[in-house]
Design a protein around this ligand. Structure first.
Ligand code: FAD
Ligand code: NAP
Length: 528
């Protein structure tokens, strides 16, 4: 088996592939393990799903022995954890670092994938697992005359290995999504001047991050399995308080008290305040108004607040989780440029021109996100049966069976591919579920003398149609976001993750397995 990527997904896949007795190798573009947590070293990077849940569950010993220091661990701590996992399970010996897979071509005669890397490595494999990540291909917008700029440029998703010191510098940050919102307060505290270029204000709620106390740690570890089981019953695969009532079923006072309570819980939990926030526009509006008013109260200058307060649906884009973000704009060394009013025109040798005015910078940080979910898959020249390219197959929409397999691409598995809960869920939990499902399928093949597994076209079409139908019932796809590929010019507007929630997805997977991997067709090696 060849596995592409050495993040949470690739590492667990390698561990499980060994347990099936397969010879497995990982090819990883970076020089270390960690994936997201290897690349995103920008100041302030941390998780927004609590670490006690944003971690592996496959090894009870690992769960018990690892001690997170904060509720939401920093990038550095998560990377240490993943490195520990790589060492503890002796994974590094099968990983080739510094190898970017450029093509993978299915050879029908041998039923093998011929894989090549940019660095010149050539490998042939029976099974190809793409653990390339949903948020791993940086979106670097084209701004005219980029090359003229004499200062430094950075992308949050491709941060240098050594920390960057912005002390005394004039810094620009472009982008105010989760990454921008995390790094802006910290860069502001270092830089002599910080200018934030905002295209759309995002909804952000406080993290209320804190050290993880022994009591909370012990409470979870006393019955970790129960927490994980409860997580699988939650739409997000993440346990937090959730009230199923409608936001419209209570009085105004009760509603505000409920929002206040959930706002105090911090982070993504806010959306658990009522059961219909992402289903009913009127309910959503009440939550949006509450957060808007909370944000406004934190910004001293009312004109600036007008620019920073988000509008429209809350939760359609991923909710951002912040620490001290809005207060940062009260600092004398921080200013905001609304690029809808003052468009970013071009770079100069000294900085950027926006709205006809040149602004001088020593460094420009792109916090402009990712070519999400399918970007890293499409950057590989993938060709299945009859040489059909994945990029052609997905021209109109990224169809898949369960977000796991693509019709016409035999023995190829995606982890967290389009059409699975992936980015709408606690991703480590979804990764483990996908890897376990793949391994179950491979064990089924081993036990039955089967060599080739392939999604049926009808099953993939039906699943893809189901994904569309499910999201049409929610408010998830109402805004332009990376969930629908709106941030990448030329991408079809299709909501990429499965919006039906983790429990419904797990039920479907269980049914597929119980019916002998229904929707997949299998062949013996000689029939190829
Ligand atoms: P990745 O970690 O992205 O790893 C994929 C690896 O594949 C990378 O190392 C990449 O270099 C490699 N790769 C890609 N293409 C190739 C190629 N062609 N050849 C060779 N190697 C290749 N999710 C949550 O659930 N909770 C959170 O709190 C959370 N916080 C996040 C914070 C940030 C800053 C970001 C960017 C994402 C966050 N996510 C979070 C999502 C996160 O991406 C996943 O949780 C998880 O880390 C993904 O693991 P992965 O192994 O699937 O992919
Ligand atoms: P993002 O959410 O896509 O935000 C990118 C930002 O850049 C947006 O403000 C966007 O504006 C702006 N932008 C994009 N292209 C631009 C252009 N051409 N000109 C000007 N501005 C442009 O990306 P991200 O912040 O890196 O986050 C991506 C995802 O990663 C998150 O949603 C989350 O899932 C994960 N993440 C999680 C955390 C965490 O808290 N744990 C932290 C970072 C990332 P528009 O909104 O107008 O498009």
């Amino acid at each position: 088996m060849l596995i592409v990527g050495a993040g949470f997904a690739g590492l667990y896949m390698l561990h499980r592939a060994r347990s099936l007795g397969l010879r497995a190798r990982v090819l990883e573009a970076g020089d270390g393990v960690g994936g997201t947590w290897y690349w995103n070293r920008y100041p302030g990077a941390r998780c927004d799903v609590e670490s006690l849940q944003y971690s592996y569950q496959f090894s009870p010993e690992l769960q018990q022995e690892w001690r997170w220091s904060e509720k939401y661990a920093t990038q550095a701590e998560i990377l240490r954890y993943i490195e520990h996992v790589a060492d503890r399970f002796d994974l590094r010996r099968d990983i080739h670092f510094g190898q970017r897979v450029s093509s993978a071509l299915f050879d029908e005669a041998s039923a093998c994938w011929n894989v090549a890397t940019t660095q010149g490595e050539r490998l042939s494999t029976r099974y190809l697992v793409l653990a390339v990540g949903c948020l791993s291909s940086a979106n670097q917008p084209e701004i005219a005359r980029f090359k003229e700029f004499q200062g430094k440029t950075y992308h949050t998703g491709h941060w240098p290995q050594t920390p960057v010191d912005f002390s005394g510098q004039r810094v620009a940050v472009i982008g105010t999504g989760s990454s921008g919102i995390q790094c802006i307060p910290i860069i502001a505290a270092q830089a002599s001047q910080l200018t934030v270029f905002q295209r759309t204000p995002n909804y952000a709620v406080p993290a209320w991050n804190a050290p993880l106390d022994d009591e909370a740690d012990c409470q979870v570890k006393a019955d970790y399995a129960a927490l994980r089981a409860r997580a699988r019953q939650r739409p997000t695969g993440y346990v937090f308080p959730f009230d199923e009532r409608s936001a419209l079923s209570v009085t105004d006072e009760q509603r505000d008290a409920q929002y206040e309570k959930f706002w105090r819980l911090g982070g993504l939990k806010f959306l658990g305040a009522f059961g219909d926030l992402l289903l009913n526009p009127q309910a959503n509006e009440t939550a949006a108004r509450f957060v808007q008013q909370k944000i406004r109260a934190r910004i001293q200058d009312p004109a600036l607040a007008d620019k920073l307060v988000p509008r429209g649906v809350i939760g359609s884009k991923r909710l951002c989780v912040e620490s001290n973000y809005y207060e940062t704009f009260n600092r004398p060394n921080v200013s905001l440029v609304d690029i809808r009013q003052q468009p970013l025109e071009r770079f100069t040798a000294n900085g950027l021109v926006a709205g006809g005015r040149e602004l001088v910078f020593d460094a420009v940080v792109f916090a402009t996100g990712f070519d999400a979910v399918i970007g890293s898959l499409l950057r590989i020249d993938l060709r299945g049966r009859a040489g059909r390219r994945l990029s052609d197959h997905w021209l109109e929409q990224p169809s898949s069976y369960l977000g796991l397999a693509v019709a016409g691409f035999p023995n190829l598995f995606m982890i967290n591919g389009p059409g699975s809960p992936s980015v709408l869920s606690n991703m480590v939990q979804s990764i483990e579920q996908h890897v376990d499902l793949i391994c179950g399928c491979l064990a089924h093949m081993q036990n039955n003398g089967l060599a080739v597994c392939e999604a049926e076209t009808a099953a993939a079409d039906a699943w893809t149609a189901h994904c569309r139908e499910v999201v049409a019932r929610s408010m998830r796809a109402t805004e332009d976001s990376w969930y629908v590929g709106a941030n990448i010019p030329g991408r079809p507007r299709v909501f990429m993750p499965y919006a039906g929630g983790v429990p419904a997805y797990l039920r479907k997977c269980d049914e597929v397995v119980a019916a002998g991997y229904a929707g997949f067709m299998f062949h013996e090696a000689r029939s190829e």
